[in-house]
Design a protein around this ligand. Sequence first.
Ligand SMILES: N[C@@H](CCC(=O)N[C@@H](CS)C(=O)NCC(=O)O)C(=O)O
Length: 205
Amino acid sequence: MKLYDSRRAPNPRRVRWFMAEKGISDIEIVEVNIFAGEHRTPDYLAKAGLPNVPALELDDGSAITESLAICRYLEALYPEPNLFGRDPKETAVIEMWTRRAEMLLATPLMMTVRHGHPALAALEQQVPEIAEANRAQAERAIKVFDRRLAESPFIAADRLTIADIVAFTGLDFARMVKFQPPESAEHVRRWADGMRQREAASAGV
Ligand SMILES: N[C@@H](CCC(=O)N[C@@H](CS)C(=O)NCC(=O)O)C(=O)O
C-alpha cells in the first residue's frame, strides 16, 4: 500500500499519527506537494478522484480517500491498539466525539488557517470574515471539550482514540494563526500537553 501524504497538512497527519500509534511501518509514504499543485495532476486525480490528500492506494490499484475512512480501514487490518471502539456502546461514543471533534473544532480551525494565514492563499480565495467566524466557533468548542476533559482523561474514553487524534491535529495546525486554548481551559491544556508528548506526535510533521 502507498499513502499519499503532505507533511504538516492536518488531514494526512491524522493518518500518520494513527499509523504511529499502531506501529504500522509497512506502508510506503509518497509526499505530495500541494503547494506545487501535485494533487491536481491528471495522474493523481485518476487515482484519488479528488484533489485532496491523504489517499491510500491499495495493492489492487484502487484508492481510499478521507482520512477517517483510511483510519477505519487500517483499524480493520491492524486491530491493536484499538482506536475506534471495542463494543457497540464504546464504538458509538467514540464516533460521537470524533464527529464533534471534526465538526465543532478541527474543521473550524482548519478554515481559520485557510482563510487567515498568508501561506494558504495559494490554495484558498481567502475571506477574512470566514476566518473570524470559524475562530469564534472553535473558541466555543474549546469550552465543550474542556467540560468533557474535566471528567475524562481523553476525549471519548479512558484511553487515546481517534477522537483525540482528530481534535489535536486540528488544534496543533491552528498554531499557525496563533490559536491557543485559553488559560481557563485547563483540562484541554492538560490533555494537549499529554498529546504533544506522545511519540506519535512527531509523525507527519
Ligand atoms: N475530508 C478530507 C479532507 C482532505 C483535505 O482537505 N486535505 C487537504 C490537506 S489537509 C488538501 O488536500 N488540500 C488541498 C487543497 O486545498 O487544494 C479528509 O479528511 O481526508
